[in-house]
Design a protein around this ligand. Structure first.
Ligand SMILES: [Zn+2]
Length: 240
């Protein structure tokens, strides 16, 4: 029943579910907190973003994608195309956009910095696979991260997980860079964090201007990394 209400909203005239609905309709649904309402650094999400189960979302996306394919003129009875709507729906929800759901946020455990290592720690060339939110085409590149420990350290692979989680959403590279830095600052309990992303946008390479050679570099420096010499040391390690 609740799902029905939601679907009506989605299919409604203006597609803005939530506007005409009283709060009672929202009872029983998990409502995400105020901190998930869109700001310049947060992914713009609807308040009802996680009201549906993954399975229910996949069913809707499958149906809509079938419509898109048919509108393009494709014959969905063809063996090769038959399974595509389902495949695409699964890919969207489970494979490439799972980072939209806070339930998939990586659990990070921090350790005491026993070695008293006080220099900069750099993890470079972290694989990054994201999707441009304007064209839904891949952004492929590398992230480079550095921090100074404030007494806490995290496992190196956790940095990869944080990068991956924020990348697996429709994104703009600037926001992605800031989101990763913000999360690292929170987890590591320090402001001394740097994030650089160097990536290729397939929407630039495959369509529009069709430039296959260009890449986009974004950076977020805070705390000690605002200091020119510290920043230069970091960039020297990257050899960019
Ligand atoms: Zn794009």
């Amino acid at each position: 029943m609740k799902e029905e209400i939601f679907l009506k909203g989605v299919n409604g005239k203006n597609g803005t579910y939530g506007k005409g609905h009283s709060k009672e309709n929202l009872n029983g649904y998990k409502i995400i907190g105020d901190n998930h309402i869109a700001t310049s650094t947060e992914t713009p999400l609807r308040k009802d973003a996680f009201r549906l189960s993954d399975e229910a979302k996949m069913r809707i996306i499958e149906e809509k994608f079938r419509d898109i394919m048919e509108t393009l003129g494709l014959d969905l009875t063809d063996d090769s195309l038959q399974g595509s709507p389902r495949r695409v729906s699964k890919m969207f929800v489970k494979e490439i956009f799972y980072g939209l759901n806070p339930a998939n946020r990586p659990e990070i455990s921090v350790f005491e910095n026993k070695f008293k290592y006080g220099e900069m720690l750099v993890e470079k060339n972290i694989s990054l696979n994201s999707f441009c939110e304007h064209h839904f085409l891949p952004i492929i590149g590398r992230a480079h991260v550095a921090y100074f420990s404030s007494g806490q350290v995290i496992g190196l692979s956790k940095i990869n997980r944080i990068v991956d989680y924020f990348a697996r959403r429709p994104q703009v590279q600037e926001r992605l860079t800031v989101q990763i830095a913000k999360e690292l600052k929170l987890v590591l309990n320090t402001d001394d964090v740097a994030v650089v992303i160097d990536s290729k946008h397939l929407c630039v390479a495959c369509r529009g201007i069709k430039d296959e050679m260009s890449s986009t570099v974004t950076a977020e420096y805070s705390g000690k990394f605002r200091d020119k010499s510290i920043r230069e040391e970091f960039l020297k390690y990257l050899d960019l």
